[in-house]
Design a protein around this ligand. Structure first.
Ligand code: FES
Length: 175
């Protein structure tokens, strides 16, 4: 198969993922994040290519895409979309701390977005190992690495500056 959507960069990330996880299925969600980040969409052909590359049934990948809200476009009307997992592992890891700080920093709230931020509580985002997990657009964060409100503020700020400081995010980004 000729891969049109699985670029060399994405394939490199899949290979790295395969080294970290024993099951190839564990690399589906991280790769879908890569695809979404690159194309701002999940083209069907990309799913076919991923199924082929990992040698897993296409229906398994389609099931994941349709199950998780996170594989959707950012909400219209706000520049950035924050999704915070509230499912049990993230609940036990005190997702509320992250939520409260984000609300305070952004001035937005659940159901009350502003021009810059749309905050949403979601069920499992497939990253229970790094609870409390949350997404800013398509960037996955490990909330346990965020030790202070100031640290979170720096991360959030990087999404509203013209030239987002990618390096600033790397320390806490989970993928
Ligand atoms: S329970 Fe929060 S990511 Fe799965």
């Amino acid at each position: 198969m000729v891969y049109k959507y699985l670029t060399n960069d994405i394939i490199k990330k899949i290979k790295e993922c395969r080294k970290r996880f024993p099951l190839k299925e564990q690399c589906i969600i991280p790769t879908l994040h890569q695809i979404l980040e690159k194309y701002r969409d999940i083209p069907f052909q990309a799913l076919e290519e991923l199924a082929h590359y990992l040698d897993v049934p296409l229906s398994d990948i389609e099931g994941i895409v349709s199950f998780y809200d996170m594989f959707r476009y950012p909400k219209k009307g706000a520049k950035n979309h924050i999704r915070i997992c509230r499912n049990l592992p993230c609940h036990l890891a005190n997702y509320q701390r992250i939520l409260e700080d984000i609300k305070e920093i952004t001035g937005a709230d659940i159901g009350k977005p502003n021009k810059m931020w749309y905050i949403e509580l979601v069920e499992c985002i497939g990253s229970c190992g790094i609870a409390p997990a949350f997404l800013i657009n398509n960037d996955l964060y490990d909330g346990s690495k965020i030790k202070s409100k100031e640290q979170l503020e720096e991360i959030l700020k990087s999404y509203i500056t013209e030239e987002a400081d990618e390096h600033q995010r790397q320390d806490t980004k989970a993928t």
